[in-house]
Design a protein around this ligand. Structure first.
Ligand code: AMP
Length: 398
């Protein structure tokens, strides 16, 4: 079956068409600047030339119409007609406490996702727009919602509650949810498969280090803790997000800088993390790595603080699971920055981690990067959220 995977943001839309039998990506692309001047669609069929077209996209329905047109284009398309697309899998960021698993989309599900909009005001409305646009253009094709939060719904209460008045949980469902769940689930399962071990027997820590970054503790195939919280702002230091800070800093800064709460949130979401800490050098680890090697104090400061925070979270999750068998690195930084893995593993001598530097230098494959004698196994597993969404979609519609 051919599955269209859609990841819809407020002004962008990423898509992949995946053959579920071979698990090959047949075509992929991106619509950018939807609803903004200069919208463009990038489309690349597997093994073919990438095409970029600037074309008006006043809304998401038009963007999806263009995606479907590209996929069925007689010259560069990969399907003869839309009937060949068996189902659509949609990434949905927040499923609240309602969704501990992926679901087939119907009007009840749409209403329940809408109820979670408050918890992810930047993401969920955009996801819903994408789903509705797709339903309009492909009314007879089954659609599945795959939630970023679902995998973390197995966390015990002691891990997901904040030390706040309980009534806020009762009234508003303020608690920790966690994100990147599709990636944490995919990577932890894949690690067990690659090692040839039973998923249920392992204690795994997954470090998803990308522009957004989170860590999770997976024990016997169930997530028991994760670093992101009510929103994706909690936890690790990220590209531009602060991660954990003393909440009193918000009041302090508001007074000192004369900023209101929206402006403070903008600082924490968009101007902090390694970008802010490097005094605006960059949020991109390629730049930070280059700066680090040149001895740039801003790059050194950001890189060291980022890696230290990752190592501290690993330590806390070792405590949560009373041990760890496998630590996995994934996502843009985790997969492509050996220097980050080296620095983080430098803190893990107490776990008997011995890095194999040659393996650590490799890229683009599932690989163990510790020596055979290392007490804890460390791996790099490239994440593939689209494939995970396609698998979930097939599982539910078959
Ligand atoms: P993601 O959010 O998973 O797409 O990750 C994007 C981030 O990965 C970028 O902002 C970079 O910081 C990082 N990244 C991508 N390629 C490299 C690379 N070759 N070396 C270091 N960092 C990289």
């Amino acid at each position: 079956m051919k599955i269209l995977v859609i990841n819809c943001g407020s002004s962008s839309l990423k898509f992949q068409l995946i053959d579920s039998e071979t698990e090959q990506c047949l075509a992929k692309g991106l619509c950018e600047r939807i609803g903004i001047d200069g919208s463009m669609i990038t489309y690349a069929p597997e093994g073919g030339e990438k095409e970029k077209n600037v074309t008006p996209m006043p809304d998401h329905t038009e963007a999806i119409r263009l995606v479907l047109e590209a996929l069925t284009n007689p010259r560069t398309g990969v399907v003869g007609s839309l009937d060949e697309i068996g189902a659509v899998g949609h990434r949905v960021v927040h499923g609240g406490e309602k969704f501990a698993e992926s679901v087939v989309i119907d009007s009840e599900v749409l209403a329940a996702v809408e109820e979670c909009n408050d918890l992810a005001p930047l993401h969920n409305p955009a996801n819903l727009i994408g789903i509705n646009a797709c339903r309009k253009l492909m009314p007879d094709t089954p659609m599945v919602a795959v939630f970023d939060t679902a995998f973390h719904q197995t966390m015990p209460e002691k891990a997901y509650m904040y030390g706040l008045p309980y009534e806020y949980y009762q009234k508003y469902k303020i608690r920790r949810y966690g994100f990147h769940g599709t990636s944490h689930s995919y990577v932890s399962k894949r690690a067990a498969d690659v090692l040839g071990k039973a998923y249920d027997d392992l204690k795994i820590i997954v470090c998803h280090l990308g522009n957004g970054a989170s860590i999770s503790a997976v024990e016997k195939g169930r997530c028991v803790d994760t670093s992101m919280g009510l929103t994706p702002l909690e936890g690790l230091m990220m590209g531009t997000r602060s991660g954990d800070i003393d909440p009193a800093i918000m009041e302090f800064l508001a007074h000192k800088e004369g900023k209101d709460i929206d402006k403070i949130m903008e600082v924490l979401n968009k101007k902090s993390g390694v970008l802010g800490l490097s005094d605006n050098l960059s949020s991109d680890f390629r730049d930070l790595e280059a700066g680090y090697h040149e001895g740039d104090a801003n790059a050194v400061r950001a890189m060291e603080a980022f890696c230290y925070r990752v190592a501290k979270y690993i330590g806390s999750f070792v405590a949560a699971m009373n041990g760890v068998d496998v630590i996995c690195f994934t996502a843009g930084v985790g997969e492509n920055a050996p220097i980050v893995r080296t620095f983080v593993c430098g803190y893990l001598g107490y776990l008997g981690v011995e890095l194999d530097q040659e393996a650590n230098g490799k890229r683009g494959e599932d690989i163990v990067i510790t020596t055979p004698g290392s007490r804890t196994t460390v791996m790099v597993i490239p994440t593939n959220e689209e494939l995970a969404i396609a698998r979930e979609t097939v599982r539910l519609v078959k």
